[in-house]
Design a protein around this ligand. Structure first.
Ligand SMILES: [Zn+2]
Length: 390
């Protein structure tokens, strides 16, 4: 399934109106046939299917065992989107003119295989960039980046395996990668992942020191102490957010210049007020400024109360500007589900809270064999359309 040409990133009001109108239209249709609203929790064992929503799975660069089977299984369970990572900051799983190929996966064009299968089965492929992390990169690549002073540095001056977002060469690289993906592959979307700092203790590299002083006019006596615990701490936190947010803006603008109908999204941490300070990840402002077309908070928890709390906060902070597609984590590092019934419950909660759909972490054999058939008996028993305004 391909989305029609979408609006430009400056058309928030149009989007908001269409988003609301869509749900009003769906509600009227459902009332007309006198059934329970499809996004409401069901008292039935498996729940009802929903008419309009994104149903996705995050995935590795390669399918399991291959892309055809992965996407066929998703299609058979009425999922309509898949989010494979296709590159990090130091490796690509497609022939890139910017990034080196994976040492372990080789030069195979996995992204071409994914998009081909996606078109065959009508499942959207959203290419996921692990934007700033050098995950899976060769040691030689990381050493080279460190030598060039392009990696983040902590307060002790130690390099971290992450690109500093302030460094202009790094910004040029990630914008170039986004552009080549959108230009060269018929992907429905581009998803930004690892679009953040790894923690609070960075980045204090020379580029950041100079640019912070230039941008804020702050007088620094002791770097980085003055911005870690001194009088410039708040200004530095705000400035860090700006580094990430402006990078999101650059990537989105370049991607939409390359192909105006491309849909850009981001995978983000669940606790947004905390994430904006700790990780420089200000998802609410990205929605407010129209920098993303939808947001996937990674709400990985087995606790229903925690899930509802996060989702309600996210929905409030987004204020209906863009869809929130809730990320659910039966196989995440932070929690493991007992079985597919837990995922079913969380999908129903997402619908109840007004999410625009869900994305599951992560496609694997157990998900394919135990979870997908279970969901297909109830909450995804019928196909769902994608939001028509995208
Ligand atoms: Zn830096």
């Amino acid at each position: 399934m391909r989305w029609p040409a979408n609006t430009s990133i400056s058309c928030d009001k149009v989007r908001l109106g269409r988003w609301r109108s869509l749900w009003v239209a769906v509600a009227l249709v459902i009332l007309a046939v006198d059934v329970q609203p499809s996004w409401a929790p069901s008292s039935g064992e498996a729940g009802l299917s929903s008419a309009v929503e994104m149903r996705g799975a995050w995935a590795r660069y390669c399918g399991i065992p291959n892309w055809d089977e992965t996407i066929r299984r998703l299609h058979e369970a009425n999922f309509n989107a898949v989010f494979p990572y296709v590159c990090s900051a130091g490796v690509a799983y497609y022939p890139s003119s910017i990034l080196p190929p994976s040492e372990t996966a080789g030069p195979t064009d996995y992204l071409a295989a994914a998009t081909s299968a996606g078109h065959r089965y009508g499942v959207e492929v959203h290419a996921r960039m692990l934007v700033l992390e050098t995950l899976f990169a060769a040691e030689a690549t990381k050493l080279d980046l460190a030598r060039q002073g392009r990696l983040m540095q902590d307060a002790d001056g130690e390099s971290l395996p992450w690109l500093c977002p302030t460094n202009p060469y790094n910004r040029e690289q990630v914008v170039g990668v986004a552009t080549e993906i959108v230009r060269n592959y018929p992907v429905a979307g581009l998803q930004l992942d690892y679009i953040r700092y790894p923690h609070q203790n960075c980045c204090f590299c020379e580029h950041c020191r100079r640019k912070f002083i230039h941008d804020t006019g702050a007088y620094i006596q002791k770097w980085p102490q003055d911005v870690i615990s001194g009088k410039h701490k708040e200004a530095f936190n705000s400035w860090r957010r700006q580094q990430i947010t402006s990078l999101v803006a650059e990537i989105t603008a370049a991607a939409k210049l390359a192909r105006p109908q491309i849909v850009v999204s981001a995978a983000v941490f669940p606790d947004w007020p905390s994430a904006s300070n700790r990780f420089g990840q200000d998802a609410a402002s990205w929605a407010e400024r129209g920098l993303v077309d939808f947001i996937c908070p990674m709400n990985y928890t087995a606790n229903i109360g925690t899930l509802i709390g996060w989702l309600q906060q996210q929905m409030t902070m987004v204020g209906g500007r863009v869809p929130v597609v809730v990320g659910l984590g039966p196989f995440s590092d932070s929690c493991q589900f007992d079985g597919p019934h837990q995922l079913l419950d969380q999908i129903l909660i997402g619908r109840d809270e007004g999410a625009g759909g869900f994305v599951v972490f992560n496609y694997n054999q157990q998900f394919a064999h135990d979870y997908l058939p279970y969901l297909a008996m109830g909450v995804t028993s019928t196909p769902a359309a994608m939001w028509p305004w995208l």
